[in-house]
Write a protein that binds this ligand. Structure first.
Ligand code: SF4
Length: 417
């Protein structure tokens, strides 16, 4: 009988939370699929959130918008479905290039129980052959911001064509340049075909079936993985491709799943590993021995903690995560130092008390907590930046470490002045 691995100590909390909602993920999803449009069905607050989160990055006509639920909708005095149909009709009339329309639910649309699944079905039938209408929820009532991507991808899974053919499916949004480098590496290893979810064009949905092996690029896709597994796909268990060690383990897991000779793996990966480790050396000197506290926000916390401890020498005070999917985290948890304090969920006041009591050198947290902590003299790193930056792969390991070295350096300069 296999021994049960010892789990690190875990604090479970539920209380007031300080995280962005799932609407935030529209910022990177709309860049990934330029032929898709994300229509938030929500309030003015939702519109402000999405505009301020993404507005600075828009250089062309935006590919997201908000159908505002007014007071009459919220009071049940108007038929919100009629309004929605009118907004969608106007939008698609003006923007014929849209191929997939995501109707994104919000807290207000959930509160008034607007049935967006039915609306998507109705609109899809009306637009058949022209636009596919998909719905998911980005509501912040019970979720954190990366779960927006999980919900969007889960909504796409029933639409994927069926195929039994062997293939590798990368799951989770990667920066285009990073994805291209990975595709080149898989090709050199002899693994193929390799497809991605989400695809670069929303109409080019990858097939799925019993021959599909899933390799997760992001750790926050629990529901997507379960939905793909229900379609017959099988997940390749692996750490996530953050840092040199994680990226090598990720490629090695894929190579093993496709019976690639370890000699071939070494031939392809050794030069990258060597280069990645060399680039990390000066950053390790800056980060080594520094004490790190990760508050739960992006769901990237555990792989980041593993990287920052094992490859950069940081000490882990506490590693928070919005929720702990033990299955998707097994390989990562095994790489954390024994006794690492984990916390799941959030009770923000209690967490801040632990931060103040432990006086870490760096806190990774959401935007809302960063300013108050900085004012108390504690250096912070915004976790949301990590989902907007190309951080995956051996080549990016030094850039990833630098994201954490920079605020420490800044704090040192402030202390000298
Ligand atoms: S979905 Fe909810 S949490 Fe997000 S902006 Fe709208 S009201 Fe706020």
């Amino acid at each position: 009988m296999a021994a049960t691995p010892t789990l690190p100590p875990l604090i479970k909390e539920s209380g007031q939370r300080e995280v962005f909602c799932g609407l935030t993920s529209i910022v990177w999803l709309h860049r990934r699929m330029p032929d898709a449009f994300f229509l938030v069905v929500g309030s003015r607050t939702c519109a402000h959130l999405i505009q301020s989160a993404a507005g600075v990055m828009i250089f062309a006509e935006p590919r997201f918008g908000t159908a505002i639920l007014g007071e009459r909708d919220l009071a049940g005095l108007a038929d919100a479905n009629d309004e929605l149909d009118r907004v969608v009709g106007d939008l698609l009339g003006r923007r014929p290039e849209i191929r997939t329309l995501f109707l994104v639910g919000s807290c207000p649309s959930e509160v008034i129980k607007l049935d967006l699944a039915k609306a998507a079905e109705r609109l899809s039938q009306r637009m058949v052959g022209r636009v596919r209408v998909v719905n998911y929820s980005g509501s912040g009532i019970e979720t954190t911001f990366t779960q927006g991507e999980d919900a969007a991808l889960t909504a796409l899974v029933p639409m994927l064509p069926a195929s039994d053919a062997p293939q590798l499916l990368l799951v989770g949004t990667l920066a285009d340049g990073v994805e291209e480098r990975f595709l080149t590496l898989f090709e050199r290893l002899g693994i193929g075909p390799v497809r991605s979810l989400p695809p670069r064009q929303s109409t080019e949905l990858p097939p799925v079936g019993p021959g599909t092996r899933l390799l997760l690029a992001q750790p926050f896709l629990s529901d997507t993985v379960r939905a793909l597994e229900r379609r017959g796909a099988r997940r390749i268990a692996s750490p996530y491709p953050l840092g040199v060690e994680g990226s090598l383990a990720w490629m090695a897991a894929a190579a093993a799943a496709f019976d690639i000779d370890p000699i071939q793996l070494a031939l392809v990966m050794d030069p990258l590993v060597e280069r990645g480790r060399r680039a990390l050396e000066p950053l390790r000197r800056q980060l080594e021995g520094k004490r790190l506290f990760l508050l739960p926000d992006s769901q990237l916390e555990i792989p980041l903690a593993r990287f920052l401890h094992r490859e950069c020498g940081m000490e882990l005070v506490e590693v928070g995560t919005p929720y702990l999917d033990r299955q998707l985290m097994t390989e990562e948890l095994a790489l954390l130092p024994p006794g690492t304090q984990l916390s799941e969920g959030q009770d923000v006041e209690r967490q801040l008390e632990r931060v103040r009591a432990s006086r870490p050198d760096l806190v990774v947290c959401g935007l809302g907590l960063a300013n108050p902590l900085e004012a108390e003299g504690i250096a912070t790193k915004w976790s949301i930046e990590l989902v907007f930056s190309p951080i995956h792969g051996c080549d990016q390991a030094a850039d990833l470490a630098e994201l954490f070295a920079r605020p420490l350096h800044r704090r040192e300069l402030l202390q000298w002045n």
